[in-house]
Design a protein around this ligand. Sequence first.
Ligand code: NAP
Length: 258
Amino acid sequence: MTKQTILITGASDGIGAVYADRFAGRGANLILVARRADKLEALAARLRADHGVDVATIAADLANPDDLARVEARLRDDAAITGLVNNAGIAGETSFAEADAAHLTGMIALNILAVTRLSAAVAPRFAASGAGAIVNITSVTALMPDGFTAVYPASKAYVLAFTEALQAELGARGVRVQAVLPGITRTPIWDAAQLAGIPAAMVMEVTDMVDAALAGFDAGEVVTIPALPDMAAYDAYVAARAALRPNLSLARPAPRYL
Ligand code: NAP
């Protein structure tokens, strides 16, 4: 088998750093991307020493167009890359009425635009070779747009819909695609005070979350919701949505509008 090389965004901390550790443990070479070069280098040194894999780092702000273009170029041109984990993301949103437009713009650039552009950079090569994997870290907030803030859940709903669309197209061409929907997971995205205010029964440890996501990937899942006890509940939701389809585009308005 060809040796795997996986590029992970947001690998300097939290979920991305655990993905890096787990993939290194599986013997994959890695390319780790985030802004903090020192944290990336420290993690890379540990993974090389512990697992004997090759680990490269790219210090890049994926909300910055020039940095994003550098990472895109690497994904497009480095034929050794067999997997992409779109994990980097930010939250930290206030209520919409008080929102800082610059923060929202940065969130959309990272949570939506970077995920799209980086996926587009590898899709042609993966589709042509009938191999490769794209893992997109979204969130359970994708399923509850009215239960959190405005833009973060909407950005994560985009990533879920985007992943489902990629599966429909690229899945048929041999590319593995997965959306991971973590619930509240103990990482630095939360500050200690925020986490202290949440019932412990709702907070998953980051290693448990990533190990469950990888188990879902290994099982061939397209959508993985680590906390959801029974995937039949999600399947029922998707089936209800599909049942709308035959009536969503018709020649005449519905009688209630006439
Ligand atoms: P985290 O601990 O804050 O880590 C975020 C990672 O993204 C860090 O490595 C950070 O590194 C990197 N990053 C942030 N902004 C970046 C930028 N502009 N360019 C490049 N890298 C950037 O967050 P996390 O909890 O692990 O979150 C990872 C993903 O899981 C996110 O997409 C998040 O939305 C999603 N998620 C998390 C939870 C949760 O409860 N933790 C729940 C659902 C979904 P640098 O600062 O070095 O750039």
